[in-house]
Design a protein around this ligand. Structure first.
Ligand SMILES: [Zn+2]
Length: 276
C-alpha cells in the first residue's frame, strides 16, 4: 500500500531571535524526497510564503503539491469562527501568488479540526479548498476526533477529508506514520498497522522541519509542555531512515494528496456531518 509523503512547512521558533533552522531543515527534507523521485504534498504556513518566497518556490518548482497549513501556525480554535475564513483566503492567496498555481489542500495546524472546531468545516469549503487533511480520528493528548472515520470521507459540503492514518489496539490509536510516533513505534509494529489499514485507506506520512533537525538546541516548543518537547527533541536521527523503511514497507511512495482527491472526484465516499 503506497504511502503518500506529506510535510508541514512551519516555523517552530519561539522568537525571531532564534536561528531559522526550519529553512535548512526543509531543504534537507526536500533533498531526501527529491533524491528518491518522490513528489510530496507540502502544507505551508501562509506567513512563510510572505517571508520566505524562495523556499516556497523551490517546493513548487520541484513538482510537489503545495497546500496551506493556516495563515499562522495556530489552532483553528485560536483563530476562531469570526476570523478563519478571512485568514484562509489570505493564506491561500499568499501561497498561490508565489507558486503561480492553485492551492487545493488544507491541513489545520496540530490536527486541530475536532468536535469543538467543527464550525470550521464550512469555512474551509467556502475558502475554496477541495480537500482537508486536518482530522486525527482518535483520542490524543493534543487534538483528536475520536469516532471520525479512518478512511477518506466527505463532509456535508462536499469537502473531502483525508484523516490521519492511525493504528493500535481498541481505543488506543496512534498516528504511527508521522512525527514522533513514526520514529518511536517499532518498525515491525508499523508494518502491521500499515497492513491493517486495508482497502480504501489512503496512508500518508507527515513530518515537520524539526523532525529532521538533529542539532537543534533544546527548548520548550509552543503548544507543548516540557515533557512533550523533550520527546519531540529525541530520536530525530531516526526520522529519515524510518521514512525510507515505511516507503519500502508500502511497496512504493504514494501520489500527492491533491491528485488522489482529483481521482476521488465523482467517487462515492462516506458522508459525515460536522455537527450532530
Ligand atoms: Zn503544523
Amino acid at each position: 500500500m503506497p504511502v503518500t509523503i506529506t510535510f508541514d512547512l512551519e516555523d517552530n521558533r519561539r522568537s525571531d531571535a532564534q536561528e531559522e533552522r526550519f529553512v535548512w531543515m526543509s531543504h534537507r527534507f526536500l533533498d531526501f524526497v527529491e533524491e528518491r523521485g518522490i513528489r510530496a504534498t507540502v502544507f505551508i504556513v501562509g506567513e512563510i510564503a510572505r517571508s520566505h518566497g524562495a523556499l516556497v518556490r523551490r517546493v513548487a518548482d520541484a513538482g510537489h503539491e503545495v497546500g496551506l497549513h493556516g495563515l499562522r501556525h495556530v489552532t483553528l480554535g485560536e483563530v476562531g469562527p469570526s476570523r478563519l475564513l478571512e485568514e484562509l483566503r489570505e493564506g491561500r492567496e499568499l501561497v498561490e501568488q508565489i507558486i503561480q498555481g492553485p492551492v487545493r489542500g488544507f491541513r489545520a495546524p496540530i490536527f486541530s479540526l475536532t468536535p469543538s472546531t467543527a464550525w470550521a468545516v464550512g469555512q474551509i469549503g467556502e475558502a475554496g479548498f477541495a480537500y482537508s487533511s486536518s482530522v486525527l480520528p482518535a483520542t490524543n493528548p493534543l487534538h483528536g476526533w475520536p469516532g471520525a472515520p479512518s478512511r477518506p470521507f466527505r463532509w456535508e459540503n462536499g469537502l473531502i477529508e483525508f484523516p490521519c492514518p492511525v493504528g493500535g489496539l481498541g481505543r488506543v490509536q496512534i498516528p504511527f506514520l508521522g512525527g514522533i510516533y513514526m520514529r518511536y513505534v517499532p518498525l515491525t509494529v508499523a508494518r502491521r498497522f500499515l497492513r491493517a489499514l486495508g482497502e480504501g485507506a489512503v496512508p500518508w506520512s507527515y513530518s515537520h522541519p524539526y523532525d529532521v533537525d538533529t542539532q537543534e538546541p533544546f527548548s520548550v516548543m509552543p503548544h507543548a509542555g516540557w515533557l512533550v518537547s523533550r520527546i519531540l527533541h529525541t530520536r530525530r536521527a531516526a526520522t529519515l531512515p524510518r521514512l525510507q523503511a515505511i516507503i519500502d514497507a508500502g511497496g512504493s511512495h504514494g501520489r500527492p494528496l491533491g491528485e488522489i482527491a482529483e481521482h476521488l472526484d465523482g467517487v462515492e465516499l462516506p458522508r459525515v456531518a460536522s455537527t450532530s
